[in-house]
Design a protein around this ligand. Structure first.
Ligand code: SF4
Length: 390
């Protein structure tokens, strides 16, 4: 198990408290995206094709910490864009840790060796390095050769300096169970502290839509991988019931409010994957989103979704309600044989509504009225020049 005991206890105590307070909907992990700019241009990314004025915008330290305070979550995952391109990232991390929260900093690691001295190991802090598979698979996924080798070098350097280091792997439709299992063996041999997995999901903005998995394929793929991992000592960073869900053994509805997303547009509605409008505050997001309109079976855009940001919270809440079931999966691992759990009926779902560009147009209009700022140093999206410029 790749989730530290203190983190499990912190999250467990938080969830129990929410139940005792009778809260029907509450957040678990804040997805904080302080910028969209990146020094890669991955085919499966829905962020880096925004216009440059939007890619040059940042959330300030104060805005990031206010988002943490508004939600009260026990865990903050910082993503992007590439968070290490944000000059004030060390202050953001320190401020969140000072609030007693767990911080997971997601990075492609291209700038990690250069920036790492600005950070100190902390029991609540994890570097979460993006690695989608072995050298060829990862370099294909990020659309650039050499990235795997640089990420692995940075990963080893961070481990040698005493940091907790995880990898997160998004699996696409070309993933092969045998090859993924070998990759998990490799990163386990490197001494990483956790492997976090999620199936790729067709972001409506992602430029390359054909690489994402559908639900049946997802379940078969994960069964194939997990069957090969029995007894190998892989330290999985997802909850045991989420892994069991990926392997087709749990029928979960998503919990989109479980991982609310704050980025430069505001609070994303309804979840990290879909951008159907933005709220100005977390309270407004929770109170004015029509949550019943979303989720598998309710909305066409959700039909294939099994991603961690939608379903990990469902699994964690189920673990608290059914601790013996969770314990059994923790000890034995996900079930990889036998009939799968029933699938959710899609016959009543409403059709997709393509509304994603309105907030872009609105933000561009706001930027046009802002006083002129000094140009931001770094790359345009679409290659590596940001690395050189930084
Ligand atoms: S199923 Fe849930 S988490 Fe997935 S895209 Fe739909 S609302 Fe978001």
């Amino acid at each position: 198990m790749g989730i530290p005991l203190r983190q499990q206890m912190k999250v467990g105590a938080y969830v129990l408290k929410q139940h005792m307070l009778g809260r029907k909907r509450y957040p678990l992990v804040l997805m904080l995206e302080p910028l969209f700019k990146c020094n890669l241009a991955c085919a499966g990314c829905g962020k880096i094709d925004y216009p440059d004025p939007i890619l040059n915008k940042r959330l300030s330290v104060e805005e990031c910490l206010q988002a943490v305070d508004e939600t009260g979550v026990p865990v903050v995952a910082i993503a992007g864009g590439e968070p290490l391109l944000h000059k004030e990232m060390p202050q953001i991390v320190e401020g969140i840790l000072a609030r007693g929260k767990v911080v997971i900093l997601c990075t492609n690691a291209l700038l990690l060796e250069k920036r790492i001295e600005q950070y100190k190991p902390h029991p609540n802090f994890t570097w979460d390095i993006h690695l989608d598979g072995d050298k060829d698979q990862h370099d294909w996924a990020v659309s650039q050769k050499g990235v795997y080798d640089r990420a692995v070098a940075a990963l080893k350097d961070a481990k040698a300096r005493g940091f907790r280091v995880a990898i997160n792997a998004t699996l696409f439709n070309n993933a092969e169970p045998e090859r993924m299992a070998r990759f998990f063996d490799d990163v386990t041999a490197m001494g990483i502290d956790a492997i976090m997995v999620s199936p790729g999901y067709a972001y409506e903005r992602a430029p390359s839509q054909q690489h994402f998995l559908n639900r049946r394929k997802t379940k078969e793929l994960f069964r194939g991988i997990f069957a090969r991992g029995k007894g190998k000592g892989w330290k999985m960073g997802n909850s045991p019931l989420f892994l069991d869900f990926l392997a087709g053994n749990q029928t979960y509805h998503c919990t989109p409010w479980g991982n609310p997303t704050r980025n430069i547009f505001g609070w994303q509605r309804p979840c990290y994957l879909l951008g159907e409008g933005y709220a100005k505050s977390f309270k407004e997001l929770m109170e004015t989103t029509d949550w019943d309109k979303y989720g598998v079976g309710n909305y066409e855009k959700c039909a294939d979704c099994m991603v961690h940001s939608g379903f990990e919270a469902s699994a964690v809440i189920d673990s608290i309600k059914h601790p013996l079931k969770a314990m059994a999966r923790q000890v034995r691992g996900p079930k990889t044989e036998g009939e799968m759990a029933p699938e959710i009926d899609l016959s009543g779902q409403r059709p997709a509504d393509f509304v994603f560009s309105r907030h872009v147009e609105q933000t561009m209009a706001e930027i046009a009225h802002e006083p002129k700022q000094k140009p931001v140093r770094g790359a345009k999206h679409g290659g590596t020049p940001a690395v050189a410029a930084e």
